[in-house]
Design a protein around this ligand. Structure first.
Ligand code: FE
Length: 347
């Protein structure tokens, strides 16, 4: 009797240790390709005792993996770096809509998914990035490119450099243009962009910036953090590049500069969903939001967070008008946009 009692208590102890072990783990699939994020993961683990296992891949790779794994997926948190991809994953049922007062209070409603049937939210934007125009200061002036529409002007024939139209950053920008201009005008605009290209789309945003500095491109489109990274670099070659180019936050007198989001969600089959919510709440906290701003040169998505980033300040002069479209609407246009791109031959 005595023995079985102690066996029982050993079994209970063993079982609770197992639960504790499960409780202290969080599996993240992340498309955030920024080494400066490491400190956020380690700070969270230090504060909570929750061990983070991370799988890094690009947005498309993560979505494909989640689909292949189905209910057996070990993923708890999904971090993606674009509104169109967040929307795609939501529609494909890869996220578990959650209720979190902390997240709902911190993140403005235009930067998160529309409420799900159960009142939960499928994903939250956690940082924002502006998609801006850079230009060769020797060839053009700021007023030549103070709107996205002007990229279609004949004066830019043979001058425009931009990464692939099908890249999520561009699908989202063009999805936003479709909201503002309507599909017909957007398609005409895209056709003119193709006609103005200096070269067939290739490389990432940094390659477009360098193309302007080298003289191959007169104008280009980039996310702000790539530019800020070069502005803050100690490498003289980066400084030489940024000295040659001007930057414009387009559409200041109309709907504002296009903003994309990087965001997070709880995975549909999360085994550690409490930890997942805790982690997303941490990412919306002032400490983590400051890290997005200072570490990766993004703007905080959470309301009322102050930050100090010299490159972002230099670029904007302190403030700028940003687009206020519900970012979920931008994602919904991506199929329509891809069809337009195919029709106008935008690679
Ligand atoms: Fe990026």
């Amino acid at each position: 009797m005595k023995l079985s009692k102690s066996l029982l208590s050993f079994a209970c102890l063993w079982a609770s240790t197992l639960v504790m072990a499960q409780d202290k783990v969080l599996n993240i699939y992340s498309a955030r390709h920024y080494p400066t994020d490491e400190v956020m993961y380690s700070d969270f683990s230090k504060d909570t005792g929750i061990k983070i296992n991370r799988v890094d891949a690009d947005d498309a790779g993560i979505l494909a993996r989640l689909k292949a794994e189905g209910a057996a997926s070990p993923a708890d948190v999904i971090l993606l770096v674009d509104a169109a991809r967040l929307w795609r994953a939501e529609v494909d049922g890869l996220f578990l809509p959650i209720k979190s007062t902390k997240l709902e209070e911190a993140i403005p409603s235009n930067l998160r998914a529309k409420p799900a049937d159960n009142g939960g939210t499928a994903w939250f934007g956690l940082s924002t990035r502006a998609r801006v125009i850079v230009y060769d200061k020797l060839k053009f002036n700021k007023t030549d490119v103070d709107s996205y529409e002007k990229l279609a002007d004949a004066k830019f024939k043979g001058s425009l450099c931009i990464r692939s139209g099908s890249h999520p950053y561009n699908l989202s920008l063009f999805g936003a243009m479709t909201e503002h201009l309507g599909p017909q005008k957007t398609e005409v605009w895209l056709k003119s962009l193709v006609g103005n290209m200096a070269r067939s789309p290739k490389g990432g945003d940094t390659d477009q910036i360098k193309g302007v500095a080298s003289g191959e491109c007169g104008v280009a489109v980039t996310n702000t953090y790539y530019l800020a990274r070069m502005m803050r670099s100690s490498n003289p070659a980066d400084k030489a590049v940024t000295d040659k180019i001007g930057v414009v936050f387009p559409n200041q007198t109309s709907w504002g500069t296009h903003m994309n989001v990087a965001g997070g969600a709880v995975a549909r089959h999360a085994k550690n969903s409490d930890n997942a919510v805790k982690f997303l709440e941490y990412l919306a906290s002032p400490a983590a939001q400051n890290h997005f701003a200072n570490g990766n040169n993004e703007w905080p998505a959470a309301k009322g967070v102050s930050f100090d980033n010299p490159a972002l300040k230099a670029m904007t002069g302190g403030s700028f008008k940003s687009e206020l479209l519900p970012i979920s609407a931008v994602g919904m246009n991506q199929i329509k946009v891809q069809q337009m791109l195919d029709r106008v031959g935008f690679k």
